[in-house]
Design a protein around this ligand. Structure first.
Ligand code: MG
Length: 381
């Protein structure tokens, strides 16, 4: 493996960013972190900079910055974009949460850097516009565990021979529940994921299955697969992460224990692999792997994702942004759990898509959807 891959980590104080630094810490001869960014956790950002001797930082909202410093600090809204523009690197890990990551994804691809993509919202919102930025040889390496698996299954295969792509879902904390059961679930209950350790937004998304909805759209754009060839199976053990079935009846899949460090490391080192000191699944202990069809009556997020994908244009952006605003309100206990997906549905119904689709109109649709959700909540409370 080429030594000293230069890495920029956007969202370094979040769950993915921290785990990436943990991986890098154990293989310091292979990576050099040349820049990190955070939205507002300045103290943690500074301590990461010290620990890894990182000189270039970006912070969107800082109460105060160190006065005399050897550091090169970009600050204010859009500081992460400045970081990518100014600092040379080999790989950008985009681990920002939500649509704030969109312009960073765009800038990384414009600069023709390898994009290790954890910020699925940017691909969902930008869709084909993002994929059109890729020139021959450029790569988006997904960090999302399911897409990492599909990406690996897809290697050296031709799209025309693919029958179906299957994304697995753990089912989240509310697998097997009825609508009645979900009426009054608390934030605390929604944040208890059975298998994965993740940030708050994605953990709530896993509980509503909005995460899987976003992942349907992510796979649709990333692999240029028709929506009707992307299927979801609930797989409570979270060992099989993705499967591709081919026209000859062969199925390829990637299996691993549910640990985000595996797909993060793969994205940072592709096409090489890194020794992680994590075990392969112990199949004797696991015993059986189960698969179920999701209950789309309870979890209507999946149907909404297919609909948003079929409508295309700015609808996927609205699907993602409305959810982002609704999850924020749920975490602040302003709305109930089931309101999240209801608000996404309403936003999709109310949205008027513009005639011209470009990054600006996508950003406008994103703003509109968040505003629509906030106003709707304010009116109903
Ligand atoms: Mg995932």
């Amino acid at each position: 493996m080429s030594i000293n891959k230069k890495i920029i980590i956007l969202g370094s104080t979040g769950s993915i960013g921290r785990q990436a630094l943990e991986i890098i810490d154990r293989s310091r001869d292979k990576f050099e972190v040349v820049g990190i960014s955070a939205k507002r956790s300045i103290d943690e950002l500074l301590s990461q900079a010290e620990r890894f001797n990182i000189k270039n930082l970006a912070i969107d909202e800082a109460k105060s910055l160190p006065e005399q410093s050897e550091l090169n600090i970009f600050s204010g809204r859009g500081s992460s974009i400045e970081l990518i523009k100014e600092i040379d690197c080999d790989v950008v890990l985009n681990a920002i949460v939500g649509s704030d990551g969109l312009l960073c994804t765009v800038e990384t691809l414009k600069r023709r850097k390898v994009l290790a993509l954890a910020n699925k919202e940017s691909l969902v919102a930008g869709g084909t516009l993002i994929m059109d930025l890729l020139k021959s040889g450029d790569k988006i390496i997904p960090v999302d565990s399911e897409h990492s698996a599909l990406f690996q299954c897809f290697e050296s295969e031709k799209r025309e021979f693919i029958e179906e792509m299957i994304l697995t879902a753990s089912g989240g904390p509310f697998f097997g529940k009825t609508i009645e059961d979900l009426q009054n679930v608390t934030v605390e209950q929604a944040l208890k994921h059975p298998n994965w350790e993740m940030g708050n937004k994605i953990t709530v998304d896993s509980a509503t299955l909005m995460n899987k909805g976003l992942e349907i759209l992510e796979a649709h754009f990333l692999f240029k697969m028709p929506l009707d060839k992307i299927k979801i199976l609930i797989h409570p053990q979270s060992i099989v992460h993705g499967m591709i079935s081919f026209i000859d009846g062969t199925v390829k899949s990637v299996l691993a224990i549910p640990d985000m460090r595996i797909p993060i490391a793969y994205a940072l080192t592709y096409p090489d692999r890194l020794k992680l000191n994590l075990p392969a699944p112990d199949f004797q202990k696991i015993g059986s792997l189960e698969f179920y069809v999701p209950d789309i009556k309870v979890f209507k997020s999946l149907d909404l994702a297919y609909e948003a994908g079929k409508s295309g244009k700015t609808y996927p952006a609205v699907f993602s942004a409305a959810n982002e605003a609704a999850v924020e309100a749920f975490l602040q206990e302003q709305i109930k759990f089931l309101d999240i997906v209801d608000l996404v549905e309403k936003a999709l119904q109310k949205h008027d898509t513009p005639n011209v689709i470009d990054i600006e109109t996508i950003i406008e649709a994103d703003k509109w959807a968040k505003q629509y959700v906030r106003i709707t909540i304010a009116e109903e409370v």
